[in-house]
Design a binder for this molecule. Structure first.
Ligand code: ATP
Ligand code: ZN
Length: 297
């Protein structure tokens, strides 16, 4: 008997409850990430929730703005949501892992003909935004006093219709700002989708989350790395191997043609082009670069 009326860790069938965006910019990438983690959920676009048949997880489809609240209240154990929403809502949740998609920035923009030297420009001005909390914190930190005008959508049209002198909005390419005669002057937050969790997950749920995290991290590492195969003349092998970082050390196999070897290794995306150029210069030939699906190290 449980006299505190607490739910046991397996009260809901021991499933990890994950909240993702129902539709919008994060939806497809969230489903894709689950799929890359080997978690197939039946298509739930018109449903509130869906279950995976090969992992103990239940997926809830919600508006992104509601996800931090659901996770704080333990209606969902974890959620995939933009950092911008997490910091705006200020709910009691823990940010566990950056997910590498939904990248954007929260920026200040003003009319293109305006002269903006620094944030003092905003002093006494009216700023339209859907992010009053983050903007308020920014202005406070900079000691600027301005009027924040909260609107929920189409923030970028506010200066054009005389509703505000500036806006604070999410930007990815900047083309929306450009089309509305605005220029970006200040970035106040870099954002991407993150995994958040309830502040006190019961151990059984934490174990499931650890399994999921292990998969997510393997997928992320694989995306940042490429598998490289190349042919090297044996007299250049040492020089070529020296250029390859690899997971441990590269694999070297003799080719049928005497005096040549095949070298296999793993390269980080960031170093990729630099190293390829150096490999070519060192005499490497027949370089093949292959995507990696999962990477367990
Ligand atoms: P919902 O109906 O779930 O409330 P929404 O209209 O608030 O959806 P979307 O426009 O789908 O939200 O954006 C969801 C998230 O995608 C944003 O909170 C942000 O984290 C991320 N994002 C990435 N790039 C952009 C962008 N250019 N503009 C807006 N959001 C972006
Ligand atoms: Zn939203």
């Amino acid at each position: 008997m449980n006299k505190n009326n607490q739910q046991g860790p397996l009260a809901d069938g021991g499933k990890l409850k994950l909240a993702i965006q129902k539709s919008g910019r994060l939806h497809d990438d969230s489903i894709r990430l689950l799929k890359e983690c080997g978690i197939d959920i039946s298509n739930g676009v018109n449903k509130l929730k869906a279950e995976a048949n090969n992992f103990p997880i239940e997926v809830y489809f919600l508006r992104d703005d509601d996800i931090p609240q659901y996770v704080e209240d333990a209606v969902a154990d974890i959620g995939f949501v933009g950092e911008n929403v997490v910091y705006e809502k200020k709910k009691k949740v823990a940010v566990v892992e950056k997910l590498g998609f939904g990248k954007c920035r929260l920026s200040i923009a003003v009319r293109r003909n305006e002269e903006y030297d620094n944030e003092q420009f905003l002093s006494g001005k009216k700023i339209a935004t859907s992010y009053p909390v983050i903007l308020g914190d920014f202005l406070k930190a900079k000691g600027v006093s301005a009027e924040i005008h909260e609107i929920s959508g189409s923030v970028e049209i506010a200066p054009g219709i005389g509703l505000a002198d500036a806006i604070c909005d999410l930007v990815s390419s900047g083309s929306t700002l450009f089309m509305n005669g605005l220029k970006e002057t200040e970035t106040i937050l870099q954002s991407q989708a993150v995994l958040i969790k309830h502040a006190n997950l019961v151990p059984a749920k934490q174990l499931l989350l650890d399994r999921l995290l292990f998969r997510i991290q393997s997928v992320k590492k694989a995306k940042n790395n490429k598998y490289i195969l190349l042919n090297a003349p044996n007299d250049k092998l040492n020089e070529i191997i020296g250029l390859l970082p690899g997971m441990k050390s590269p694999t070297v196999l003799p080719l049928a043609e005497a005096g040549w070897s095949s070298v296999h290794s793993v390269l980080n995306e960031n170093d990729f082009w630099d190293i390829i150029e150096q490999l070519k210069a060192a005499g490497a030939q027949g370089i093949l670069v292959v995507p990696i699906e999962k990477m367990i190290i």
